[in-house]
Write a protein that binds this ligand. Structure first.
Ligand code: PLP
Length: 368
């Protein structure tokens, strides 16, 4: 299988660990191992006793049990733990798609959601997010694009890179119409539980759709990307079995200390999410002021969930702007061209504690 480079990851590889301000990260502020261990008395001693042999391939029973609490209808045997959400995306596509199949993918998107299907030899229809409509993709367009050989529909909400959170009716409609046609919905929900208003939280696809596969991870809302613990949850036993069989060829099982820490963190996920939501809320207030002061230079659609948005720069070329900004001011933004976007957008991230300083730097750069 030949697959092109993952543009966003290559860009981060160049900058992530050497620029002063990451103003485009999609994950929220992280914590230390010690911070996690302090969440529960006795956790440190338990970690020290953690056995370093191979772990259970689907993920430890107790971790899967904890993951089930995120959902309303899912049992531990319907959860398959992976090394990050990324491994799960790769295995899902391999499990479900054959050359010549058709896939419909919510776009722009995290590149692997579209690229793995293309590399397998599928024909991919991009289901476009519409900026004029607050970045909502059009449900009628989805209906029109479904073909007899459509084998998967990929949805990502809250969405990377736009921050778009779908409304409940539309979400249920996407689930209904894919399920009715026997098409698995791959629902990338890695930013779930970061909604600014609890009432806006969508049900998980796996809880409302027998064929739905929900993707989750510790990286984003909970700020624990370094654990590399992701999972799928689904009632679709056939897809589950195929993914489990493929995992034997990638990672076999997960890191034991990471599983321990992920389980501990998920027991306190509301607290971790709340702390990150407070960071996001404070940062958003700053961004509102920034975009108001620079209303001519940027167009800003404020999201309803998550730690990223996809504003447009009016005028100057976005690649050049990002390049000059990082070289002169040490502030990293992500040009939309890395998502193959041609609308001069850029991804901004506001889940990090040092965002206010990064925005000050950006503003100084704009003035000088
Ligand atoms: C929409 C989406 N899905 C999946 C992933 C992969 O998550 P992870 O890096 O934790 O495996 C990302 C990471 O940015 C993402 O934005």
């Amino acid at each position: 299988m030949k697959i092109p480079p993952f543009k966003l990851e290559r860009y981060f590889a160049q900058y992530e660990f050497n620029v002063q301000y990451l103003l485009c990260s999609s994950d929220c502020e992280s914590v230390t191992v010690q911070d996690l261990l302090e969440l529960e008395p006795g956790a440190q001693e338990s970690l020290q006793r953690c056995w370093l042999g191979y772990t259970e391939s689907p993920g430890s029973a107790s971790l899967r049990q904890e993951i089930c609490r995120i959902y309303t209808t899912i049992q531990p045997e319907q959860v398959l733990v992976h090394s990050g959400a990324e491994e799960a995306i790769f295995l899902f596509m391999q499990a479900v798609l054959q050359p010549g199949d058709h896939a419909i993918v919510h776009w722009p998107c995290y590149q692997s959601l579209v690229e793995v299907a293309s590399a397998i030899g599928c024909e991919v229809t991009l289901w476009q997010a519409d900026e004029r409509n607050g970045w909502a993709p059009d449900i009628d367009a989805l209906k029109r694009n479904i073909r007899p050989n459509t084998r998967v529909v990929v949805l990502n909400t809250p969405h990377n890179p736009t921050g778009y959170l779908m409304g409940q009716d539309a979400f249920l409609e996407v689930n209904r119409l894919t399920q009715e046609r026997g098409i698995p919905l791959f629902s990338d929900e890695v930013y779930r539980e970061s909604e600014y208003h609890l009432a806006d939280r969508l049900p998980a696809a796996c809880d409302v759709n027998e064929l739905g596969v929900s993707l989750g991870v510790t990286s984003k809302t909970y700020g624990l990307a370094g654990l590399r613990i992701g999972w799928i949850a689904t009632h679709n036993a056939e897809i589950y079995a195929r993914m489990a069989a493929l995992k034997d060829y990638t990672t076999i099982c997960n890191s034991a200390p990471s599983e321990f820490l992920a389980e501990l963190a998920l027991r306190h996920r509301e607290k971790l999410a709340q702390r990150n939501l407070e960071i996001i809320t404070g940062n958003l207030a700053i961004l509102d002021g920034f975009f108001e002061r620079h209303a001519r230079a940027f167009s800003w659609i404020r999201p309803n969930a998550g730690s990223i948005a996809f504003p447009r720069l009016n005028g100057e070329d976005i690649d050049l702007f990002c390049h000059t900004l990082v070289s002169q001011a040490g502030v990293l933004l992500l040009p939309g061209s890395l998502f193959d976007d041609q609308g001069n957008h850029f991804r901004i991230g506001f889940g990090r504690k040092n965002m206010p300083e990064a925005v000050t730097r950006l503003e100084e750069f704009l003035y000088y």
